[in-house]
Design a protein around this ligand. Structure first.
Ligand SMILES: O=C(O)CCC(=O)C(=O)O
Length: 246
């Protein structure tokens, strides 16, 4: 269910945007699921596996501001249903084949006052590979714009031969790329229900949320079932799930 033009765009530019792919009652349903998770975060103690909260400059977590649920599909099967939505998988299949897994599933509520979900990085830095068989997928459950912290990408950056240097930052989780050629950056401003695919080699980040609104999104990675990733094996890693085929 991809045109040859879309396949070529993914190969050449490193990303594809499907606006309003999740709509109507389905979008309402998933919004409810994520609202419930945000409510649950308020009674979830700091240090609970899967849950992380926004950090201040002393690296202390603020229990009122959920930052991320890592492994959200392992925690909540209703989110795994979203990862299995046929409108999404029908678009992954032409790129990766008929047996598909998803791994590394995340929910970012990106609450007002919460800063950013991620700084500049390439997902493959975290996966210890340069495989071009990993499709990262971000789903925006709410309108996403510059003020509430939309995705930013550097088109074609997946074509580079190497993973850039990533450095840790005191007031954030993770390691990030420090210098980006801003003239190459595209802001991905999209309405609620939009699904974005991008290569796991593509440089991307997000604006901080400076608005009074939240910006719920998920981020995860589709791979062929046969792709063996050292740190994310099919057996023995609880956040890798078969989503189509065998
Ligand atoms: O929060 C977003 O918009 C994107 C998140 C992302 O790309 C990631 O987790 O690598």
């Amino acid at each position: 269910m991809l045109t040859s033009l879309e396949i070529k765009q993914f190969q050449d530019e490193g990303f594809l945007v499907f606006e309003n792919l999740i709509q109507g009652p389905k979008l309402e349903h998933y919004l409810e699921v994520f609202n419930d998770l945000v409510k649950r975060s308020l009674s979830t103690p700091i240090g609970t596996p899967h849950w992380s909260f926004e950090l201040n400059e002393n690296r202390e977590q603020n229990p009122d501001l959920l930052h991320k649920i890592q492994g959200v599909c392992a925690l909540e099967s209703k989110v795994l249903d979203l990862a299995k939505e046929p409108v999404i998988l029908d678009r992954v299949e032409p790129l990766l084949g008929e047996n598909l897994d998803v791994f590394g599933t995340k929910f970012f509520p990106k609450l007002s006052g919460g800063g950013t979900s991620v700084f500049w990085h390439q997902d493959n830095f975290y996966f210890g590979t340069q495989s071009d068989e990993i499709i990262s997928c971000a789903i925006y459950l709410q309108d996403s714009d510059i003020e509430n912290g939309c995705l930013r990408i550097v088109p074609k950056s997946h074509l580079t031969d190497e993973i850039a240097q990533h450095h840790s930052k005191d007031d954030s989780y993770g390691s990030w790329v420090e210098t980006i050629d801003e003239s190459q950056v595209v802001d991905v401003v999209v309405p609620a229900g939009t699904v974005v695919f991008f290569s796991a080699n593509l440089l991307h980040g997000t604006h901080p949320n400076t608005s009074q609104r939240s910006r719920y999104s998920t981020a995860w990675h589709y791979i062929p079932g046969s792709l063996n990733l050292e740190h994310f094996p099919r057996d023995g890693y609880d956040d890798r799930h078969i989503v189509r085929g065998i």
